[in-house]
Design a protein around this ligand. Structure first.
Ligand code: COA
Length: 383
């Protein structure tokens, strides 16, 4: 029999600043209800120039790693679509910042918001082959569409770290994943372009269609249906998105009310953070685990991952006995509470500050991992 492999520990990190959607609505002269109800966002995380995907990732992972974990990690995988280098993988820097044992493989995976799911599957396969070893998978992104752009209310920043091991404390991953690739242009960012090119309406359509297709295929392959799931978690670029995909398929089903209640529990954190791109599904999973009172060991959870361009995937996982003890709920809630609210001009200034590698500069940022200096064309990090 194959070993049980899955997510042993999980944490997330968001930068210590946010913008209230009411503040954005008033500055852009849109009705607040459009953002709170129409889009489903209340707040949006904003990242200072001294925090990039490397530091977001290291801060998220530092929460969950013991010295024994660091000695057992064979691979560090970062899923991102807001990379800081076309060549060097952010995972190599994260590996160094976290003092993980040297004989490890460190790579970055790209496929829009799907990258971290690919990383998780790779991690699962590796640990199934080497049950005494572990893999660190981190989804880290800064989602930026531009000031006053159509996608502005669906921005955000943050990272989710997951430690994959045998006999996990949180979730066992099943080998039932169904993926779908389609070569289309709903959201893309050509090399050198600061902000993505996006056809927002088309991306909604392709997300909705991709869910319907992989769900249908999943049901055919597994003979499972909605009644077999305790909850479904979705990629959440904005919190209305998953609902727009789920409701047409679930409408009228006996499990509609139950699964929609779980959906709401799965977006509590996302409503306050915004879009994490690759991390959005996994933040939603954490939100579900840390905010639901309706889950118990043995429950099957379904996860829908979507990356524009597109690759979509649906798979399931089983909650492990005692999973509640492996969560960092209080820490996460305190982190969200303790952030500083920005007004619109502070947000616009922070948003617009970029790191110019040709100019030497130093930063004073109290966050454990942050950029401390730009020198010789390199970002230097504080440990
Ligand atoms: N009260 C309540 N709801 C309101 C409202 C109000 N006053 N005004 C508008 N709305 C609703 C609309 O009816 C619409 O709901 P629906 O999606 O259920 O039809 C929703 O708010 C959004 O309005 P819309 O006019 O479609 O918004 P938009 O043109 O600003 O575009 C996105 C929204 C999401 C397409 C845009 O923010 C975007 O391009 N984001 C980036 C791409 C993205 O995240 N894609 C997701 C797939 S990866």
């Amino acid at each position: 029999m194959m070993n049980t492999v899955g997510i042993d520990k999980m944490s997330f990190f968001v930068p210590p600043y946010f913008l209230e959607m009411d503040e954005l609505a008033s500055a852009r002269q849109v009705e607040p209800a459009k953002l709170h109800i129409g889009i489903g966002q209340d707040q949006m995380a904003v990242s200072p120039a001294s925090q990039d995907i490397v530091t977001l990732a290291a801060n998220a992972a530092a929460d969950i790693l013991t010295e024994a974990d660091k000695a057992a990690i064979d691979m560090v995988i970062v899923g991102t679509e807001s990379s800081i280098d076309e060549s060097k993988a952010s995972a190599v820097i994260v590996h160094g910042l976290l003092d993980i044992q040297p004989f490890a493989r460190s790579i970055e995976i790209k496929e829009a918001c799907y990258g971290a799911t690919a990383g998780l599957q790779l991690a699962k396969n590796h640990v199934q082959q080497h049950p005494d070893r572990k893999v660190l998978v981190i989804a880290s992104d800064i989602a930026k569409y531009g000031l006053a752009s159509g996608g502005e209310p669906t921005q955000g920043a943050g990272a989710v770290a997951m430690l994959v091991s045998a006999n996990p404390s949180l979730l066992a991953l099943h080998n039932d994943e169904v993926s779908l690739s389609q070569d289309i242009y709903d959201f893309w960012r050509p090399t050198g372009q600061t902000y993505p090119s996006v056809d927002g309406k088309f991306s909604n359509e392709t997300y909705i269609n991709a869910f319907a297709r992989v769900w249908e295929e999943y049901k055919t392959r597994t003979n499972l249906d909605f009644q077999d799931f305790s909850a479904l978690a979705f990629h959440t670029p904005y919190t209305k998105m998953g609902k727009k995909a789920l409701l047409p398929v679930l409408e009228g089903h006996a499990d509609q009310e139950r699964l929609m209640s779980r959906y709401e529990e799965g977006i509590v954190y996302n409503r306050r953070v915004g879009n994490l791109y690759t991390g959005s599904l996994y933040l939603s999973l954490l939100s579900l685990l840390e905010n639901s009172r309706a889950l118990s060991a043995g429950d099957r959870l379904g996860l829908f991952s979507y990356g524009s361009g597109t690759v979509a995937e649906f798979y399931s996982a089983e909650l492990m006995p005692g999973f509640e003890q492996a969560l960092l709920t209080e820490k996460h809630q305190a982190m969200l509470e303790n952030r500083e609210a920005l007004d619109i001009s502070a947000y616009e200034a922070m948003f617009s500050e970029t790191l110019d590698l040709e100019q030497e500069k130093s930063f004073q940022d109290q966050t454990p991992f942050s950029v401390c200096e730009i020198k010789d064309g390199i970002r230097h990090y504080k440990k």
